[in-house]
Design a protein around this ligand. Sequence first.
Ligand code: MGD
Ligand code: MGD
Ligand code: SF4
Ligand code: MO
Length: 706
Amino acid sequence: MAKKLGTCMLCEACCGIVVDVEDGVAVSVRGDDDDPISHGYVCPKVVGMQDLSNDPDRLKTPLVREAGDFREASWEEALDFAAQGILRVKNRYGVDAVGVYQGNPTAHNLGLMTMGQLVLRTLGTKNLYAASSVDQVPHMRAAYEMFGHVFFMPVPDIDRTAFFLVLGANPAVSNGSIMTAPDVKSRIAKIIARGGKVVVVDPRRTETADIATEHVFLRPGTDALFLFSLLHVIFAEALGRSSTLRLSRLSVLEGLAARFPPERTEPHTGVDAEKVRTLARDFAKASTAVCYPRVGTCLQENGTLTSWLAYALAAVTGNMDREGGLMWTRPAADLVRLADMLGADGVNRFRSRVRGLPETGGELPVAALSEEIETPGDRQIRALITSAGNPVLSTPNGNRLDRALRGLEHMVSIDGYLNETTRHAHVILPPCAPLSRPHYDLALNAFAVRNVAKWVDPPVPKGPNEKDDGEIMLALGQRLRLSLPGMAGIANVLGSVGKLPERFVDALLRLGPYGVGRGGMSVAKLRENPHGMDLGPLVPVLPGMLRTPHRCVELAPPSFVREVDLLEERLLAKAPDLLLIGRRHLRSNNSWLHNSARLVKGKRRCTLLIHPSDAEARGVREGDQVRMKSARGEVHVPVTISDEIMQGVVSLPHGFGHGREGTRLSVAGATENAGVSVNDLTDEHRVDHLTGNAALNGTPVEVFRA
Ligand SMILES: Nc1nc2c(c(=O)[nH]1)N[C@H]1C(S)=C(S)[C@@H](COP(=O)(O)OP(=O)(O)OC[C@H]3O[C@@H](n4cnc5c(=O)[nH]c(N)nc54)[C@H](O)[C@@H]3O)O[C@H]1N2
Ligand SMILES: Nc1nc2c(c(=O)[nH]1)N[C@H]1C(S)=C(S)[C@@H](COP(=O)(O)OP(=O)(O)OC[C@H]3O[C@@H](n4cnc5c(=O)[nH]c(N)nc54)[C@H](O)[C@@H]3O)O[C@H]1N2
Ligand code: SF4
Ligand SMILES: [Mo]
């Protein structure tokens, strides 16, 4: 039996793992005690790494659709067929008729981060979509306006803070996001053990709230009001702290905050005004403090305003770019530089055709995808490439997209499963399992709570007929005749085609901040340190890294300031009775780990969480089926009654709804595991006003006894 070192690629924590391999098969996976950031920690989900490798449902051969059915095909045939269809549409209607959707696992996949971006971005279509716009685009927009680059997003320095304010995140379950921090529960416990405070502000008393010092209920979508009120108190009581950073337009921010005393926002947020005052004082007076906003604050109509104000809070209280506050990494391979090479920085350079939603980082909001496929006209999407994504389950009004996909002339999916989305493809190109590919975390090392770097050679060999994502993308790119000087040039400079991702990383490492001195950072150097290298705690990087004019932190970007008037208007509108939000489970991962029997066993998870008084008002008892209806759709689902959810709010996890016809998911699709899709209720027209990021939380719903 061989022991191989690797990294778990299932979530952003990037835990180091040891894989026992026997005859080319992974027989067990456990934590690597010598990993410089995870120190042996792994969560229960890690078995998924092994189960994905060994899942009989995982596709090992390309599939081609013929007369409604899928049949196996050779790589040659499938790749030719995939490319011909794309070229046909491109030649007939122009390149914008080819749409692209890239899902979340892209970020964890070296081949997709390098070859994938190169091929899909060089294709040249404006119809580029990604899971980013059902996720962190508001953070990207705020980073762009305040710090000058969409990928220059800050990270909370959780290991040194004395006050951790968690807003719309549940890291005890998600293991952290835009905050690579394995074993986040211990890190939180340590804040409290050293005398600090952890406050969770969330419409649900979450698993993180359970280990925090305090939990505060807040009505979904009102975070910006809450933050404005915190700032109001800090300005009014002169609790701010200066720093050496140059802050631009601080007085404009102060003027805006003046409009939102806690007493004014209380009826909307549900947070007691006195509580806001206490929190503001405690935050400002703490030796160090940081507010950590995440998915709950992004998937709402005020997403960008919320990211902005959370970052501004750090600046005003002297906690920006300072130990224990809001900091930035100094990644060995610079993501900002990579994004620049791909032309991925920028916002608002073009808009979606039908609704005029803005791009961020070169990508349009996926909330517009269905209408771009359905609406006739110039630039209508007729062919679609999906890669590592399941938008039928993960994007708003999934049923509409499900129908729209049927109308495509050609669809290519790069995915290991025949699932709710890929069943519409004309050809599926399946990559090898995660344990069978080389790995360097280009994306997530840039958002880690410590500077680390690690190269992984595949712990398990891929099958003789298997390809990794990078190889698939390159083969596709060549057939698409993307004979771009860029790609050929890069291939020439970097060497042999098969090793391209590795050469790419090597070049970035050599160009990066640790590239010279200390023996010089390179892939070879990382191979000498197979558990990974610790490059130290986060260090101040401003103002040097700022890309804003005059290297100031912009505290009141004009487009945000204008939006504040609309925020006030929205305030005056009557709030609906019941708002639907999501929730995550420790043993699940978006839509795609439900085919592991080990991970889905146990209590049913796809239930509607409802407050006792809301249940009683509807005559609903524990375990009853209810009918839940929104402007977009309807589902039937059993309820769990608990006061862990705020009154007037209900919660249903996303990523379920596996009961659709024509998939090959024997475990996930089984009646007891299938569940319903919350995104059959979410509304593609509810978006963050500044970016078009989907407002998947806070959907108005009605619930009836079934
Ligand atoms: N209502 C609601 N909806 C949500 C959310 C929510 O909180 N509430 N969360 C949103 C968030 S944060 C996200 S990121 C999105 C996720 O949205 P998506 O990325 O669209 O969905 P996933 O369920 O992550 O699907 C991942 C797909 O990639 C495939 N896959 C896995 N690994 C690989 C790989 O290495 N290579 C390739 N080629 N394919 C791979 C899987 O088989 C699966 O089909 O969902 C969003 N949707
Ligand atoms: N086990 C597991 N881990 C995961 C995933 C998974 O599906 N399962 N998904 C991965 C992905 S793609 C991501 S992006 C990360 C996400 O990581 P997190 O951001 O930690 O995601 P959630 O657990 O969805 O936490 C969001 C919280 O926001 C709350 N919330 C909802 N609406 C609002 C609101 O309007 N305001 C406030 N303040 N709170 C609100 C919800 O109740 C929830 O507790 O997790 C990653 N890790
Ligand atoms: S927390 Fe769990 S799923 Fe995430 S990387 Fe670590 S072991 Fe994998
Ligand atoms: Mo995500």
